[in-house]
Each structure stands twice: as structure tokens, then as C-alpha cells.
Write a protein of this length. Structure first.
Length: 289
């Protein structure tokens, strides 16, 4: 069994033999190439569910791991992009292995659903734990379209907190990398019951959008090549996703959102994201600009 020692930052991808893990690896290729750093495929053989202590069982577990990593590696190589690939196979719980890798990673990517998920969860436990506790940006990949539509948006969820600058900067870079329009989303709630009148909601959206557009002025000057638009929604991000999820390739949110990430990729958001390729990027907590 081969293990790669501590090395410079890489884009880490959790591999478990699932199709969504391969999608995560393919999604991550551009991230690694743009940074000129390796794409590291990590497979963790969980000691809690291995075949047994017999050497033949251990050999079968290792063979399965090698086959899964080789399949993902072949898929990445088939893109013909100049990506450097590293492979790491470990004896460790997957969550622990990826959290440890996140300490030095530039980004960690996992599929939304691994091999072992329940129909009620809609998101793997490893993905949920990584979103909540990783020390780097985490992307939960729902699918990979090698030729996304030019109108497929990157969406950034922001508020008035200082952390929103980091979220917005990350989203701008992702939109540039993926040559995609950026929609910067803010949501608002009213304390008054009569807000549900059509005019009241319309006026509230208009005011919130105008305020956000003013905040975006300096960013548009820094990124004149990008299509950046402000969007305001009364309610929650899920309200927006319900209507537009099929037009979104990536949603960028803050780390504090990780506590309720299952709202987006778990049962509450499943109806909104079902049959879409809307992945979710959770920014790291320490990057506040």
C-alpha cells in the first residue's frame, strides 16, 4: 500500500468508487490546473468496514481501492488537460483522512452521495462532516457537465457580514475560471405580517437589490470581463434555488452555512436540486478579507 508523505498544497478529491466521486475529480481538474498544483486522489480504506483481518481480505480491499482510484485517474487523464495527478491510499476512516488532508489542501472536493448513503440523507456523512470542519474550501459536487452552458450561473450567497467579502471574491474567481455569469444573491425577511402583499415584496426586493448593487460597484471594476448582477429575494436561498437551480452550476456560501448545509443538499433542498448539477462550495472560515 502506497502513501504519499506531506507535500505542498493540492486540490484533494475523496474517492470511494462511486460515480459522484469521479464527477468530483473531473470538476476539480480546472481548479488544480488554474493553480498549477497537483490533483490528489485520496481513497481511505475504512478499518471499521473492511472485509476482515485475513490477508486475503485485506488484499481484496486494497485491490478495490486501487481499481477505484485507477478509474478516476483514467477519467481525469481523458480530459487531456495538463493536470498533475497524485494518488494516496490510506488505512483510515474517510472523514478523518479528508479532514487531515484539508489542513494543507487548497481545496477539497467530494461527491454529494458516496457508495454508502441512505435515500433519506441525500448527502453522504463524509461530505457533511467535511463541509462543517474542513480547514480549506470544500466543494460538494452534484454532477459534472464537461460542456456547461454559457448561461449556467455561479451564484454567491452574501449578507452584510465582513465574511461576505471572502465569499464574493471566491465566487468571482470561480466565475472567471468557468467563464460563467455571476449572480450575487442576498435574501431578506420582514418583521411585519403585511409584507406578503405583492407591492411590499416588490419594493423590498428593489431596495435590497439597489443596496447590493452599490456594494458590487468596486468588484465590477476589478472584474470588468465578468457579467455580475445583484439579485434580491424575499425569503431564503432555497426559494431562489426552487426557481433557478437548473440554471446554476455552482453555489458559493460561507462556512457558517455549513452548519445547515443539509438545507441545501439534504432533504429540505432535495426538491430544489433534484436532477440538477448545482454543486455547493463552502468557503473556509479563516479567509475573511
Amino acid at each position: 500500500m502506497r502513501s504519499i508523505p506531506s507535500s505542498p498544497p493540492a486540490v484533494v478529491v475523496g474517492i470511494d468508487g462511486s460515480r459522484t466521486a469521479v464527477d468530483a475529480a473531473l470538476w476539480a481538474v480546472d481548479e488544480a490546473v488554474s493553480r498549477d498544483i497537483p490533483l490528489r486522489l485520496v481513497y481511505a480504506i475504512d478499518p471499521d468496514i473492511t472485509s476482515g483481518t485475513d490477508p486475503q481480505d485485506a488484499a481484496r480491499d486494497l485491490a478495490a481501492a486501487e481499481a477505484a482510484v485507477r478509474y478516476a485517474q483514467n477519467a481525469v487523464e481523458s480530459t487531456d488537460k495538463p493536470v498533475k495527478i497524485e494518488v494516496e491510499i490510506l488505512q483510515a476512516r474517510p472523514t478523518r483522512a479528508l479532514l487531515e488532508a484539508s489542513r494543507s489542501a487548497a481545496m477539497a472536493c467530494v461527491g454529494a452521495m458516496g457508495l454508502r448513503y441512505t435515500s433519506h440523507a441525500r448527502i453522504g456523512s463524509t461530505a457533511a462532516a467535511l463541509a462543517a470542519s474542513a480547514r480549506c474550501p470544500v466543494v460538494i459536487v452534484r454532477g459534472h457537465d464537461p460542456h456547461p452552458s454559457g448561461q449556467s450561473w455561479v451564484v454567491a450567497e452574501v449578507d452584510e457580514s465582513p465574511a461576505s467579502n471572502a465569499i464574493l471574491l471566491r465566487a468571482l474567481e470561480e466565475a472567471r475560471l468557468r467563464r460563467a455569469p455571476l449572480r450575487v444573491l442576498t435574501t431578506w425577511q420582514s418583521r411585519f405580517t403585511d409584507i406578503y402583499g405583492a407591492h411590499a415584496v416588490s419594493d423590498g426586493n428593489r431596495l435590497a437589490k439597489a443596496d447590493l448593487a452599490r456594494r458590487l460597484t468596486r468588484w465590477k471594476k476589478r472584474y470588468p470581463d465578468l457579467d455580475v448582477q445583484a439579485v434580491a429575494v424575499h425569503g431564503t436561498t432555497l426559494n431562489y434555488l426552487t426557481e433557478y437551480a437548473k440554471s446554476i452550476q455552482l453555489l458559493v456560501v460561507g462556512h457558517e452555512r455549513a452548519r445547515s448545509i443539509t438545507d441545501l443538499v439534504g432533504p429540505p433542498g432535495y426538491a430544489s436540486l433534484h436532477d440538477t448539477s448545482c454543486s455547493v462550495l463552502i468557503c473556509e472560515p479563516q479567509n475573511v478579507l
